[in-house]
Design a protein around this ligand. Sequence first.
Ligand code: PLP
Length: 363
Amino acid sequence: MYIPLLDLSVKDQVLKSELLAAVDTVLSHGRVVLGPEVEQFEKKIAEVTQTKFAVGLNSGTDALYLALRSLDVGPGDEVITTPLSWIATLNAIILCGATPVFVDIGEDLNINADLIEEAITPKTKAILPVHFTGKMCDISQIAEIAANHDLILIEDAAQAFGAHVDGRMSGSFGRVSCFSMNPMKVLNAYGEAGAVVTDDEVLYEKLIALRYGGTIDRDDCHYPSLNGRIDTIQAAMLLVSLRYYEDKISRRRKMAEFYSLALGDLVSCPKETPGYYDVYYTYSVVAERRDELKNYLEARGIESKIHHPILMPYHTAYKDNLSKPNIPVAERQVARILSIPSHENLTMEEAHYVADNIQEFYR
Ligand SMILES: *Cc1c(COP(=O)(O)O)cnc(C)c1O
């Protein structure tokens, strides 16, 4: 048996024909950049995330960078964030010229909201938390801290499309919130894609400009920027994905429930906080003898992965240039985290095989 961590091939023939039909439509009308499907996609994203405006972009990385740019976060500003995320979160802060301030994580692998206030300085401009693994961080508390200190809240919700807490969707808390729809994400394109959402019309207009060379009416440049437009074909395929993502999430949640029952005594499994609806971008356990376990599974045909093995401040580009952060929990947890196969194409038989092997390893 070989069980990949992720399977991006389209197995469902109905889905495949809907995707091909969506592409066919775009090829026929020919508006391959900012075509009608982009607008439909943006409407739908705003609706699902309980926000007023969405802007389709070509990646989640662009979403983060342009969100910060739209809010004039730049040199001299500090941005509070988590050390444990995909490097795009930090790159966006750095590329804007701002200074990252890392606040340690908690047992749930998300930023520890209780430690944020002590990291605030007169230079702090924004808080950029990540909903890591598809579990929302303590966003209500963070929103309150941001409001009390007059700071901008930006959500990196790249891993958490469709997640909610007490009925409020991920992405609805930030002044601007960022999503990725890359093929690995819960709501996936078939190539690169992303989006930002906001309730603020002025920011929305600015984001539209920033998406295309910083131009107003696509002519006069008001803000130096790059080209971050989403392809119409990706937007069209995302409209198809949007019909299926809820089903996909519920299958991932069922799989997570199975794993947590089977493995809860052996490794630390993700726990769902009351009121939270987690979407399981990854099913990440915290395991003792992690590297040995990973090799053991590999030898039995089970792929697993560390998301993300290097804490953001310790990447080569940054480790000698940023002041040393105080992040003992992140340092401890990053040596223990492991994502195991848990996608919607996984059969129950395969999940049992994964669980059995993890049990055998610890026995
Ligand atoms: C995937 C991801 C991004 C970047 O999205 P891309 O679309 O791959 O550029 C940013 N932040 C987090 C937390 C992510 O998981």
